[in-house]
Design a protein. Structure first.
Length: 69
C-alpha cells in the first residue's frame, strides 16, 4: 500500500515535493526504491482517482481560485 502511494504521488502532475520521514534506514531504502519505480499502471491510477479524487477538491491553490480578485 505504501509503495503504491509513493508511486502514485511521485508521478502525479503538479506534485513537486513528496515528503516522508522514518527513523529506520531500511524503511528509507524501501521508500526511495518506491519513488524510483515506474508510474502505476493506468488502470490503477484511474481506480485511485475514482476512489479518492474528491479529496483533492479545495486543496492547495484550488482552494484559493474563488478568492482572487
Amino acid at each position: 500500500m505504501t509503495e503504491a502511494a509513493y508511486r502514485f504521488a511521485r508521478h502525479e502532475p503538479g506534485v513537486d515535493v513528496l515528503l516522508f520521514g522514518t527513523g529506520d534506514a531500511e524503511h528509507l531504502r524501501a521508500n526511495v526504491a518506491s519513488l524510483l519505480k515506474r508510474p502505476l499502471p493506468q488502470a490503477d491510477r484511474e481506480k485511485l482517482a475514482a476512489l479518492f479524487g474528491h479529496l483533492t477538491t479545495g486543496v492547495g491553490l484550488d482552494s484559493q481560485q474563488g478568492q482572487r480578485r
